[in-house]
Design a binder for this molecule. Sequence first.
Ligand code: ADP
Length: 578
Amino acid sequence: MKETWNNLKRVYSFGKEYKKNMIVFMVASFFFIFINVIYPIFTARQLTYMTSGVFESLLWATLVVFLFDILGAIRMVIIRKNTQIFFRGSFQKLQMKVSQEILKITVSNIDKHSSGVFIERLNHDCSELSHVFTKGVGQLTGILTNIGVLVAVLIINPIVFLFYLLASLIITYLYLREVEVLSKKEQNLRKANEKNIGLTGELVRGVRDIKMLNARDSFMKEIDKSITEVSNQTFDSRNTEIHYTAVIECVRALAMFLLVILLVYLVQIGMINLATAVVLFSYRTNIMSNLMQKIGDLLSEVKMFNVSANRVFSLLDTTEFSKETFGKKHLAKVHGDFEFQDVCFSYDGKNQILNHLSFQVPANHTVAFVGKSGAGKSTIFSLLCKLYPVTQGKILLDGIDINELDENSIRNNITIISQNPYIFNMSIRDNLRLVKSDLTDKEMRRACKLACLDDFIETLPEKYDTVVGESGVTLSGGQKQRLAIARAFVQKTEIILFDEATSALDNETQSKIEEAISNLQKDYTILMIAHRLSTIVNCDTIYFIEDGQVLAKGTHQTLLKNCPAYKKLYETELKAQK
Ligand code: ADP
């Protein structure tokens, strides 16, 4: 109860702005309770006047019923309009908050979960939470109406009241059992759903690779397993529902049968007249079906609401997913020198990826990292952007530990261009605007020219307004990399990290990009992980990384002399080019 109350308060805080609408639909709902209670009295009267031929009274009763029906229609419009406004507003706010919080979750936590975990919470669970007041008020109104009807029955005849009460209690008990069993099954169903959504997302995003790898059959096996799991869980829940519904329907039919016998008996012994018997009889559907169903629905709603609330709030708080933490110091503009001091790092707490790594990069220098694949080069970049926290040691930016800096000081001053950059399903212009909302046309064209992308854009039907598809699917690998490079040029941060960013470019484009990068070299601190060593021969310093440590450092010429591993790598590349 306390848990539900706290969750309700928290959900309400998202719809506070629409308090007026909530009050209107609550008042409209509760005001009509009394009309619902007296409505059956008039319909019963209609019936008795009709059978006894008292047509004048029949006309009056029919007029009242007609008025109630019109009022009912007005009520429906008022309630639906206001609930819609309340729902839409609170849902929007909740989804915005959840989206914001997802972006704060640590990358290592995101890596561990399927995307379905977040998508399901963002959509289904947020909708469930925002509906709670509108659904809850509807169900509560129904329950109160039926309680009102029960009170009316008690006043009219206590024996029939006792009968209704007993039948109601039996049916309520059965509903409660059903809700209990179903809510446990629902939790498992949601988990299976999350997994399935994640997998179907991969099916769509990975469709090309699935085709090219000819992995259709094995992927379909995984999909089959996941869909079967969801469908088994759903089937199991529906089966339970069917069994309980069948039992409840039988109990209800028996109660109706006994009710008629009871009413006939009471008329025969003269305790009630026929008209009263008809009124009492016409309350039956209200009491025996609606009341129980509504109590059951409300309880089930509360259970589902708490399940969704726990899933959403555990994401908003830090109970299930840890969030990124930043310091308070702010650097509006950095010089661009940084240092790794004895840094150790492991992704999983077992395999050490960086081992006591130390190096220093002065501002406006161009530095390259080379080494075998898996040596830990990209990890250095991820740590510098604080995508993962270091396990031991320190990373200093302008002499300040990055743990003491706020998010903007790090992310507004460092750009990373990865080998497989994420391009959003937006126009080229909007992809660039993401990093600078007030981007001018001139800046946009200049960045694309520097990234050697302008000629290609001119060939597109809608030029800069061409939408590039999910993850930039309509672009080639090289075009995606050039768009990412243009994005970095727009962002103009002091530190630019190129993580094999030119690997997918042909020689001509690559040399153009290298020229653009060399133009930046005097003003920016540039770090590169190079696919081809020929691209880094002019760097100020080259670090040869092996097993997460610096094996050797120096210029290209010094490394050729002093580092056999570097020399071998270079010679292998030269041979491959011949
Ligand atoms: P490089 O850039 O030198 O090729 P990386 O820094 O990408 O090497 O990777 C170093 C090691 O860390 C590799 O063994 C890789 O499998 C592992 N690794 C990289 N990213 C992750 C991750 N997100 N989670 C777990 N292990 C990772």
